[in-house]
Design a protein around this ligand. Sequence first.
Ligand code: DP6
Length: 326
Amino acid sequence: MPKSSATAVAHPNIALIKYWGKREQASNLPAVGSLSITLDALRTRTTVSFDSSLAADRLILNGAAAPAEQPRLISCLNALRALAGSQDSALVESVNDFPTGAGLASSASGYAALAVAGAAALGLDPRDPRLEEVARIGSGSAPRSLFGGFVLLNNTPSGTHCSCLQPPQDWPLQVVVAVTSEAGKAVSSRDGMTDSQHTSPYYPAWVETHEADLSQAQAFIAQRDFLGLAELAEHNCLKMHAVMLTTRPALVYWSPVTLACMQKVQELRAAGIPVFFTIDAGPQLKAVCLPEAADEVAAALAAVPGVLRLIPGGLGEGARVIPADG
Ligand code: DP6
């Protein structure tokens, strides 16, 4: 096949009901379903070029070679090649407009953009449902970034299935990310969740109580019950962090600034401001709020000592092909 390339963009997503733990490693199947919102403020842009003259797959991430990502990248590209019946190697050039590997879901947007750009470059439909599996092989949270707005990832007997519960405009929540560190995380989600599974005494309870959280969250979203969702999302997030904290060796992803931001968000909500927090495998805090509260939430978080910067935004669309110069 001659050289063929395509470019796609994808946004990170943040889970309100989290994924932590796997039921199968090889195809990266999650132990639990999850529910997320796709963000519009952060963006990964990826160009995939398949070229029969290349000797091997190659990734350039933010302008530099990224050998640590190579095994996951090759697994994803192999899945794409199998769908299209191609043998060609690919050059993948990916740029994030936000810190990579610091708890801002760069792997989610990265592998969603890779799946869509790679599919388009190979002449596949970029909305082919099989791309969910391609993205998931890269990262368990990545299939959620194929969709916009509120996204549900369900476990099925043989894999996973994602669906958009509501597009961004139907309930236009706002998200203020408080960046407390620009450094990469010490333990990846992948390694961390494997350790949790093997060592945290709370892991079985996390899995057992998860389905109830997932169905309750869907009901709150359908009813636009912000306060119900707020309490549940914070509970689910803290339950995941309880599993992390009781992993051996302990996974402490928070910094003192993260904790100060959590307290600030809870103070705001106690004072009647519609906002809640969620935190992933890193020290950044994501404050989710109703649109009318966004300015006040941003001002309050900006005033927390140690907050480096804020990334405010709304809910975004799913991964999509764009023109090469777009
Ligand atoms: C804490 O999707 O990064 O952000 O499948 O191993 O790539 P891998 O893990 P990843 O884990 C995300 C964990 C989380 C919670 C979530 O996004 O649901």
